[in-house]
Design a protein around this ligand. Structure first.
Ligand SMILES: Nc1nc2c(ncn2[C@@H]2O[C@H](COP(=O)(O)OP(=O)(O)OP(=O)(O)O)[C@@H](O)[C@H]2O)c(=O)[nH]1
Ligand SMILES: [Zn+2]
Length: 351
């Protein structure tokens, strides 16, 4: 395997590259990491550091002009095969921010040493599906499974048809299975909250200390950010790991968590509606309609709110049957669950 292949250069990528850059003088290279003003590239003959290109992000395939050997230059970026992006809190107009390019597997890291955040998991599953890559839920710290025994079952339920692998960086359990899920040439990114064990997993997968792992602050179970730049790391077996602190630590998550509060102004209006079960349509005394008419609430913002509600509702509908089934609820219990599900926003507020 040459260096390019270690970083995911497959027949498929090669075909895309030559169709997009027919000029045979241009060479394929992959962005390993982006630093201020410079990017690190994997090219056929080795690792290069070149001047940054405004459109190139980690994981991108770029066209390299090597005609001046001392001054290799990135002259173009191949259209991305997949894109993991942050959508700004359901603002339909804002440009999404690209977080990772050309990822095949989005590994959603869920630590089992703390209670699950259902909201976070749901939203990350949606973002992962949107990316065009295959989502894979990775449970970490399996050796600590005695702490919260519901986490595994609940994660499996919420994951639905998405695969779940249970791992421990400590004991090595599940690492081989995870490596077989990532085929040679595939790129896998790890997403998850701080302290979830992503760096430890990366270390264990690579089999050597590639990232500094930091001790979790004991008091709140949260980690400190120990990795400073996202980068690609070749794995034994031919797959590539993308370790992305910016993305994994807060980017997607912050947007998601922000949702709970970002529509606070809208939700505060509901208390002013005449009927407690107001659908905020044509019924009399609707505070939302009044706010819209009076200009206190922007139409666009109300549409964004409704869009988010619909997306969450459909997610919930898809999940409910499996979840109830898995929990072996009888029909009366199910009916009760349906009522609870209707009030999904309250559900999401549960810790
Ligand atoms: N017992 C046990 N502890 C683990 C395991 N994996 C990680 N940890 C511990 O969990 C803490 C956080 O692990 P990290 O790998 O730094 O977590 P991270 O997700 O990379 O965190 P950030 O860099 O903040 O995003 C560390 O104290 C690790 O030692 C595991 O499999 N078992
Ligand atoms: Zn209303």
């Amino acid at each position: 395997m040459n260096i390019l292949q270690q970083y995911g250069y497959t027949q498929r990528v090669s075909a895309h590259f030559t169709s997009h850059f027919p000029d045979t003088d241009l060479n394929p290279a992959r962005v390993i990491r982006v630093d201020r003003g410079r990017i690190r590239l994997a090219a056929e003959h080795g690792i290069l550091i070149v001047a940054a290109h405004q459109d190139a992000t980690t994981g991108d395939w770029v066209a390299l002009d090597l005609s001046e050997p001392d001054h290799p230059v990135v002259v173009g970026v191949m259209p991305r095969l997949t894109v993991v992006q942050r959508k700004k809190a359901y603002d339909p107009i804002a440009e999404p921010q690209v977080l990772a390019a050309n990822v095949d597997i989005v590994g959603i890291v869920v630590p089992i040493d703390r209670p699950i955040s259902a909201n976070r998991l749901d939203r990350t599953l949606v973002a992962a599906r949107d990316s065009g890559a295959t989502p894979l839920v990775i449970l970490t710290k399996a050796d600590l499974s005695n702490r919260f025994d519901s986490v595994v079952a609940e994660t499996v339920e919420r994951a639905g048809s998405v695969g779940v692998v249970t791992t421990s960086a400590e004991t090595g359990d599940g690492l081989d299975e995870l490596l077989t899920r990532a085929k040679p040439g595939q790129t896998m990114v790890l997403l998850g909250p701080s302290g979830a064990g992503k760096s430890s997993l990366a270390n264990a997968l690579v089999g050597r200390a590639v990232q500094n792992t930091g001790a979790v602050r004991a008091a709140d179970g949260r980690g400190k950010h120990t990795t400073t730049a996202r980068e690609l790391i070749p794995l034994p077996g031919g797959a590539v790991l993308m370790d992305t602190p910016g993305l994994r630590g807060f980017a997607l998550w912050e947007a998601e968590d922000g949702l709970d509060t970002s529509f606070e102004d809208v939700e505060n209006l509901f208390a002013g509606c005449r009927f407690t079960d107001c659908q905020h349509g044509p019924e009399p005394g609707c505070a939302v309609q009044e706010a819209l008419a009076g200009g206190a609430l922007e139409q666009r913002r109300w549409l964004s709110y409704q869009k988010m509600e619909r997306e969450l509702a459909s997610l919930r509908r898809r999940q409910t049957p499996t979840r109830n089934h898995a929990r072996g609820l009888n029909s009366r219990q199910r009916a009760k669950e349906e009522v609870l599900d209707r009030d999904y926003r309250n559900r999401f507020r549960q810790p």
